[in-house]
Design a protein. Structure first.
Length: 121
């Protein structure tokens, strides 16, 4: 058996007022998740908690993101969250607030027998 990438899904999230990177990151992950309903674990006859989920967040001030809060968005799986500089911040005209955009890339991997994937390996 070997760990195979099964899904790559992207999402975008914003915090309109307050420039909260964690809020924007959580929304980006939800955006990625709500775009589909994948039954990979079920199709492979594995528990959903066997999914290895790697999340990469791109946002201004990535060091301020609460990784545990982002991971908590997922209902199951083994989650790792990494953050890097990215996204976008748009200041208000008066400069006392800004809108922040974050992007999420969600990769789902599963440990599957090579023969179960046929020629896809």
């Amino acid at each position: 058996m070997s760990l195979k990438r099964m899904v790559l899904q992207m999402g975008q999230g914003t915090d309109i007022h307050g420039a909260d990177s964690t809020k924007a990151a959580e929304r980006a992950v939800r955006d990625a998740l709500w775009r589909n309903y994948l039954q990979i674990a079920d199709a492979l006859g594995q528990p959903r908690d066997n999914m290895v989920i790697e999340v990469t967040i791109g946002a201004p001030r990535p060091e301020t993101i609460d990784k545990a809060a982002v991971a908590a968005v997922f209902p199951y799986g083994q989650i790792t969250v990494s953050c890097q500089e990215g996204g976008l911040e748009i200041p208000t005209p008066d400069g006392d607030d800004s809108t922040l955009l974050a992007h999420a890339a969600v990769v789902v991997r599963m440990d599957v027998p090579d023969e179960a994937l046929g020629d896809a390996t």
